[in-house]
Design a protein around this ligand. Structure first.
Ligand SMILES: [Zn+2]
Length: 313
């Protein structure tokens, strides 16, 4: 089975005319119901992440600022990032989903989880919002795994079309959490060149695969598979977390790197293979980008089918 996290309260982060809008999740949730996939998953109930947990990554000053900004009515907290009155509660709920998923998967309740959450998280920095992201949910969950659950090594795989500068920054000197990212280059946010590999105790635990627009799907998939296997062989993670953005699809209005829906099945398989080899098959995936709601629904369908071991036949 697979754990599936989704709650209608995640729609309460209201962004107006913005690509990161509630309709993304509504379209996916409807599609997962219609295809019967939602029914095949376990649907845990969970609560918002505690301030203590969110504080594993974010500064108390930023958390207070974000909370006050939302309660005062919100607005643009950063050039690309919109906040509405409920946004703070929504991002805490999203962080809570992935924390709950990591706890259950590490406990052995299930081997796979997918968190259908928003806003995305991988650009968020310890002290600030950035690029549609308020809190770095994936980073919070990875640190929960090492600090609270006692894992020694966790791997974050980020296939969102954008480089996860926030996640890279957070774990730059951390030898316990590896960060592996494939992304369009040159592109927003401008970080993620191949010579960015971490520093100090974290030297070598960051790997970036910048990919130019126009690279063939086959070359992209082969690069991802080969480099991921090599990186995981070195890190030997006990848990794999996916920053699953689907904005590398060719029809994405924000990103695009020419991928098709079926490519995400192959990326999922490649992650499952390294998880099988090192982490007892444990994979927790959380949504990042993906801004064409219809396409996003199709991409998440193949991703989830792969995790449920029910690929399209
Ligand atoms: Zn993205």
């Amino acid at each position: 089975m697979t754990l599936l996290y989704y709650d209608k309260r995640l729609l309460d982060h209201l962004t107006g005319q913005h690509p990161e809008r509630p309709q993304r999740l509504e379209a996916v949730a409807r599609h997962l119901e219609r295809t019967g996939l939602a029914e095949l998953c376990q649907r845990p109930s969970w609560s918002a992440a505690s301030l203590e947990r969110v504080g594993l990554i974010h500064s108390p000053e930023y958390l207070a600022e974000l909370s006050h900004f939302a309660r005062r009515g919100g607005g643009r907290i950063e050039v690309d990032t919109v906040v509405s009155p409920d946004s703070y509660d929504v991002t805490l709920l999203a962080a809570g989903a992935i924390c709950d998923a990591v706890e259950r998967v590490v406990r052995g309740e299930d081997r796979h989880a997918f968190c259908l959450i928003r806003p995305p998280g991988h650009h968020a920095l310890p002290g600030g919002a950035m690029g549609f992201c308020l809190l770095n949910h994936t980073a919070i969950a990875a640190r929960l795994a090492t600090v609270e659950l006692g894992l020694e090594r966790v791997l974050i795989v980020d296939w969102d079309v954008h480089h996860g500068n926030g996640t890279q920054d957070i774990f730059w000197t951390d030898p316990q959490v590896g960060y592996f990212s494939i992304h369009r280059w040159p592109f927003y946010p401008g970080t993620g060149d191949s010579d960015e590999t971490g520093s100090g105790a974290g030297l070598g635990t960051t790997r970036n695969l910048p990919v130019e627009f126009g690279t063939s799907r086959k070359a992209y998939r082969e690069l991802f598979r080969r480099e991921l296997a090599d990186f995981a062989d070195k890190l030997k993670p006990q848990l794999v977390i996916i920053s699953a953005g689907f904005d590398a699809h060719r029809d994405d209005p924000v990103g695009s790197l020419g991928l098709e829906i079926e490519d995400f099945a192959e990326l999922t398989t490649a992650v499952q293979e390294v998880a099988e080899a090192h982490a007892g098959g444990r994979v927790v995936s959380a949504l990042e980008g993906g801004y064409n709601p219809g396409i996003l629904a199709g991409c998440i369908e193949v991703h989830l089918r792969q995790m449920l071991d029910r690929p399209v036949t």
